[in-house]
Write a protein that binds this ligand. Structure first.
Ligand code: KIV
Length: 273
């Protein structure tokens, strides 16, 4: 087995993803925020697990990702890393901990790497955060970028609609994509942009692009685990394929349990000491 593709322990590395792009092998990534689900994901052989700041939405019920703190991201990161032995684990840098000051960005990234044991960090934006990216990478920390719909900037745009639909925005996105590659990012997420633009960007760079709502011609795909499993309710963008209706299964199981408790049929004789 190639030492580039996998380490001795079979661990996926950032170099694995680069090699997958070179070999035109698609990359599958999902989010996870806790030990139990991360362990299940890792068992499937998934390539990468993102400890996304979407935890703010799906774990804590916030309407945006902005309230997430560094300590909270570290808590989720630790929980996921403890369960994972194979997949590449990437932890999001939360809003307000990397944008203004490259040194603060480095400190935040160092805390994530030291305290969680994750493999890499992810942050949102292009040229605006170039100095922060440069600083973090200079310390030997792998960085994944995130372009297109960047949820941490929701208040600037006021909507989660498709991004880069004008020629000017598309040109800026292409510029930022090439810049991320130049800065040394090992890949970047492309969120909710036209499929043709995502294809052109993916062809223009040697690092892998991971799409969410960006069509089929990115180098990989990512979805929020709770969305694709059907746990989250009332969120159904066009790009979301639901692989299960776990929400209905959970409420069904809880209803049956409640009924059993109230009728006295749980626990039965075999379920007691
Ligand atoms: O926080 C997150 O889950 C993300 C993905 C949507 C890419 O950034």
């Amino acid at each position: 087995m190639s030492t580039i593709l996998q380490t001795a322990a079979g661990k996926v590395t950032t170099r694995t993803l680069l090699k997958m792009k070179a070999e035109e092998k698609k990359i599958a990534m999902l989010t996870a925020y806790d030990y139990s689900l991360a362990g299940l994901l890792d068992k499937t052989g998934i390539d990468a697990i993102l400890v996304g700041d979407s935890a703010a939405n799906v774990m804590a019920g916030h309407p945006t990702t902005l309230p997430m703190t560094l300590d909270q991201m570290i808590y989720h990161g630790v929980s996921v890393v403890r369960a994972v032995s194979r997949a590449l684990v990437i932890v999001d840098l939360p809003f307000g901990f990397y944008q203004g000051d490259p040194l603060e960005a480095l400190r935040s990234a160092v805390r994530i790497m030291k305290e969680t044991g994750a493999d890499a960090v992810k942050l949102e934006g292009g040229e605006e955060v170039a100095d922060s990216i440069r600083k973090i990478i200079s310390a030997g920390i792998p960085v994944m970028g995130h372009l297109g719909l960047t949820p941490q900037s929701i208040n600037k745009f006021g909507t989660y609609s498709v991004r880069a639909t004008t020629e000017q925005e598309a040109r800026k996105l292409m510029h930022d994509a090439k810049l991320l590659e130049e800065l040394g990012c090992f890949g970047f997420v492309l969120e909710k942009i036209p499929a043709d633009l995502a294809r052109d960007v993916s062809l223009a760079v040697k690092i892998p692009t991971i799409g969410i709502g960006a069509g089929s011609q990115t180098d990989g795909q990512v979805l929020v685990l709770h969305d694709m499993l059907g746990i989250t309710q009332g969120f159904s963008p066009r790009y979301l394929r639901r692989y299960h209706n776990l929400g209905a299964e959970i409420t069904g199981a809880v209803s049956r349990y409640m009924e059993d408790v109230k009728t006295g049929s749980f626990p039965n004789q075999q379920e007691q000491y």
